[in-house]
Every structure is written in structure tokens, then in C-alpha cells.
Design a protein. Structure first.
Length: 238
């Protein structure tokens, strides 16, 4: 390098550095369009955080609403289940559900044609005879009962017309069968204690009316399918 170069090199380097610095400043000014780039970045970051916060709050509100829906559905389901559990024993007690279990069948029948009496009423089964058996079996702990295959409930009215029985609007002839679910031994003991059944059995011995009991290992009684309205006084008296 010449003496002139060594003399002027520092000046040239300073000038070159100044030129590069000027170019960098100019580029920054063009990119920022006269604004503070660091300030813009801070604004963009704040806006991004605000949008994210709003999104999170919206999601939290959706979660709260969903949780409320789930809680409401759970409460309704629990209420329905509780109501169902309460209705099942009530429905069973009202005879609205079929039931099965061990039990006892009692059959009452008119006297044979060869039997004779001065009073023809001595030779047939009457309403009070059937009712005495039904009442005794209830007293003996019967849980459910049928008469001629029809479910008997608290509003059932047994009526006799001649030597037929009318139950829930249907007419049946003898023999009349009563089947109940419960302890067969307890129901037999209740039948033996019943004054009405005792009177009927005296007629059985004297005139040959039919009276038979049979334990049931397992019997299915259908649900009651008739009206739940109380029978009218006129209907009971007819």
C-alpha cells in the first residue's frame, strides 16, 4: 500500500461505515413508514393477547353452559328414576303389574245334579261364599289375587246373578276359582278361621258342594286391565 493509501484509509473506512449506517436507517424508515417498529410490535402482541383472552372467556362460558345442561339432564333423569322407583311398588299394590310366585288356589262349585234340598239355594255357590274366600285369603297375607283368571283389586266388586258370578263386567259359571300369591299355609289357616268359609264347608258336607284347595309352587297372575274408577252404588246393588 502506498503512503497515500495509508494516510487516507481511516477516512475511507469512516465514510464507508457512515454510508452503511445511513442505508440501514433509510431501510428501517421505509419499513416502518415513519412509525416506531417496537411500538407496533407491542400493539400487535397486546391485540393478540386480547383476542386470545376473549376466545378463552367464550370457551369458558360455553363450558359453564354445557355443564349446566348436563346437570339439568342428570337432575331430570334422577327425578324420573326416583319417580319410577316410587311408582313400581304403588303399581304393584294397585294390581297394575303382573306378579309371579308361590300361592294357593281355591275352587268352589255347585252341588252335583243328584243332590237335593227343599231349598235350591242350598245347592249353589253364592256371592257371599266367594267373597268369604277372597277376604280370608287377603287376611292370610295374599299379595295378589285373581278370580276366574281376572286380577282382583281393591275396587273389584264380585256379584252373583243366579248361579253365575259377574266380575268387571264378565260373567262366569261354576266352578269358581280364586288364586292368590302368598304363603299357602298362612292362607289355608285364614280360610279355616273364616266364619263365612266355615259355613260354606258345612253346606259342602251336607249337600255335596265343591270345595278344593291346591298349593301352587309358582303361578303368574296377570296385571289388572280394567277401569280404575270406583263402582257405582247402583251397580253394586243390581
Amino acid at each position: 500500500m502506498t503512503a497515500w493509501g495509508r494516510q487516507h484509509l481511516p477516512r475511507l473506512l469512516v465514510a464507508l461505515i457512515a454510508l452503511v449506517a445511513g442505508l440501514l436507517l433509510a431501510t428501517s424508515a421505509v419499513a416502518s413508514q415513519g412509525t416506531d417498529l417496537r411500538s407496533d410490535r407491542r400493539l400487535e402482541l397486546a391485540d393478540l393477547l386480547a383476542r386470545q383472552r376473549a376466545g378463552l372467556e367464550q370457551q369458558e362460558r360455553a363450558v359453564v353452559a354445557l355443564r349446566a345442561d348436563v346437570q339439568g339432564a342428570t337432575t331430570r333423569q334422577t327425578t324420573r328414576e326416583a319417580a319410577r322407583r316410587e311408582l313400581v311398588p304403588l303399581s304393584r299394590a294397585a294390581g297394575l303389574l303382573p306378579v309371579t310366585g308361590p300361592g294357593l288356589t281355591v275352587a268352589l262349585d255347585d252341588a252335583p245334579a243328584s243332590a237335593s234340598s227343599t231349598d235350591p239355594d242350598d245347592l249353589v255357590v253364592h256371592q257371599q261364599d266367594v267373597q268369604a274366600v277372597v277376604n280370608a285369603m287377603w287376611a292370610g297375607g295374599a299379595e295378589a289375587m285373581t278370580l276366574m283368571g281376572q286380577r282382583v283389586i281393591s275396587t273389584s266388586a264380585v256379584r252373583c246373578v243366579g248361579n253365575t258370578v259377574v266380575l268387571h263386567g264378565r260373567v262366569y259359571g261354576p266352578p269358581f276359582t280364586v288364586t292368590a300369591i302368598g304363603d299357602p299355609r298362612a292362607m289355608r289357616q285364614a280360610l279355616a278361621r273364616s266364619p263365612g268359609v266355615q259355613l260354606f264347608r258345612r253346606y259342602v258336607d251336607r249337600f255335596g258342594l265343591g270345595y278344593r284347595t291346591a298349593p301352587e309352587d309358582r303361578v303368574l297372575l296377570p296385571a289388572y286391565d280394567g277401569s280404575l274408577e270406583l263402582p257405582s252404588v247402583a251397580g253394586e246393588a243390581s
